[in-house]
Design a protein around this ligand. Structure first.
Ligand code: SF4
Length: 83
């Protein structure tokens, strides 16, 4: 059985840089593991785990998944603050 194809990118690279959408590659996955990078809602000071939502009221569907596996891009939240 072959690998599952990755979903298409949401934005072209030039536009993606303005939208804080970052392509995910093996280097990023490796550096995220080595340096324990965090960027998603569960590690953000504004995440309300009890209500499973952003306490600032931001839509967070694109920011909730802390995994970099099986994804081609990462959408950063400009309001992320390390918990
Ligand atoms: S500020 Fe951004 S990263 Fe933090 S909980 Fe809200 S949507 Fe998620």
């Amino acid at each position: 059985m072959g690998e599952t194809p990755l979903p298409p990118l949401k934005a072209e690279p030039a536009l993606a840089s303005r939208l804080v959408v970052h392509p995910i590659d093996d280097q990023l996955r490796d550096e995220a593991r080595r340096f324990r990078l965090v960027f998603a809602c569960p590690d953000c000071a504004s995440f309300d785990a009890d209500r499973d939502r952003c306490s600032l009221g931001y839509p967070n569907a694109d920011h909730r998944d802390p995994s970099l596996e099986g994804r081609r891009e990462l959408v950063f939240c400009k309001a992320f603050e390390l918990a």
